[in-house]
Design a protein around this ligand. Sequence first.
Ligand code: ATP
Ligand code: MG
Length: 464
Amino acid sequence: MQRNIRKVPIKESLSTRLLMFTIFFVLIAEILIYVPSIASFRQNWIEQKITAANIAILVIEAAPDYIVSRMLADELLSSTETHSIIRIMGEDNQQALFAIEEFEISAKYDMRNLSWWVSIKDAFTALSHMQNNGRIIEVTGHAMGNLDEDIIITFNEDLLYSDMYTYSGNIVLLTIVISLFTAMLVYYSLSNLFVRPVKKITDNLVAFRKAPEDMTTSFIPEDREDEIGVVMREFSAMQEDIRKALNQKTHLAKLGSAISNINHDLRNMLASVQLVTDHLATIDNPIVQQLAPRFVKSLDRAIRLCENTLQYGGGDIEKPKIDTCDLRSLIDDVSTSLGLLDNSNIKLINKITPGFEINVDNDQIFRVFMNICRNAVQAIIDKGHITVRNTLEDNMVLIDITDTGPGIPDKIKQNLFEPFKSGSNGGAGLGLAISKEIIIAHGGTLELIESNDKGSTFRITLPL
Ligand SMILES: Nc1ncnc2c1ncn2[C@@H]1O[C@H](COP(=O)(O)OP(=O)(O)OP(=O)(O)O)[C@@H](O)[C@H]1O
Ligand SMILES: [Mg+2]
């Protein structure tokens, strides 16, 4: 089923990013582990040396008069790798082993009450000194078995440094192995859980966008209960819905274009009939004279129905061709076209400010006023008038068209601007729908602001 789906080229894939992030986070975790562990390594290393020194100094206890030979002292110092060991038992009571050669102490450390922070700081100070710098350091710790007694040892820091260095090297190696291993595991599981299904949805989405009607690209959701499962099922359902709507729309469009063709032919036929009726009106026969106006009126309505449907069926309103428009004379033209100047029963009172100009598409705006005024003429029962006036407000012009008709019935008001819904008395119900679309295309609004048994007022608002 999914054969038409091509892979979408992605510049920075989710998988690569995921891999990078995993390695990065494991590295951070390893650094957080390394810092305290190197401090504790150093502390243990020194504790061990203090223990060894504690055992070595015990030899003095066993020696006659607490004095050991030079040779034994050297032996003890070299076996503990120290330069001196001093055991402090009281203010004037000490036991000490010293190397024969002189040495200089570079730094002193106290291991008795060590805080974790000082321990970390000391560890990094030790690491910061290069190897073979020959620094001799002095360390104070507790003597074995007696917390009141202290032991002070001195030794070459290089020994400590080289062990710390080896330890750090091992940790780095371990870090690399662990981070790669974890990254691989995390990557593999996340890829399977997220990246692969997301990619499947992405590829399908792109294929669907390119050819929504193509049924072979239908998405088949996986059977999973998690959020991605929901996304997949919803996506699949949405795809089906859109496909159905699209098919329906295509059918309607085809139907619409067929109707529009029929309409076109019908309008041409009616236009030919109109030529005949024009002659009919000149025939001097009382019956013809009586029937002809009714005939002409029905014909007019039929032609208008065809024209309006054709225009609406043509899709969106054309982009307005903006030009200056003398609104007052445009309204006069509307009045003439509707035959109102000579009509004594219905009058159009043009109260537009003389010389007032706006920038609009003249033809489209003419059509709007024709539609609104014609509706008014059709509504006014036998005598009445239509008033058109303009006012300015906040860089907008408000044009009110008021008639003295019977008002718009509530039922029609609800869908007044909806196409094909509000039509009555043989109208298609397109006039106001088209007018509103035209006004909106001009960046304005068309609304009914008042309608009661004394008349109705429509308001057009246009930007200046
Ligand atoms: N000034 C008005 N006074 C009373 N009723 C009105 C007025 N303007 C519109 N209507 C009512 O609103 C309906 C819708 O008007 P609209 O112009 O959209 O369609 P139509 O006139 O019926 O058909 P079309 O204009 O497409 O030939 C009219 O049929 C009429 O009943
Ligand atoms: Mg109308």
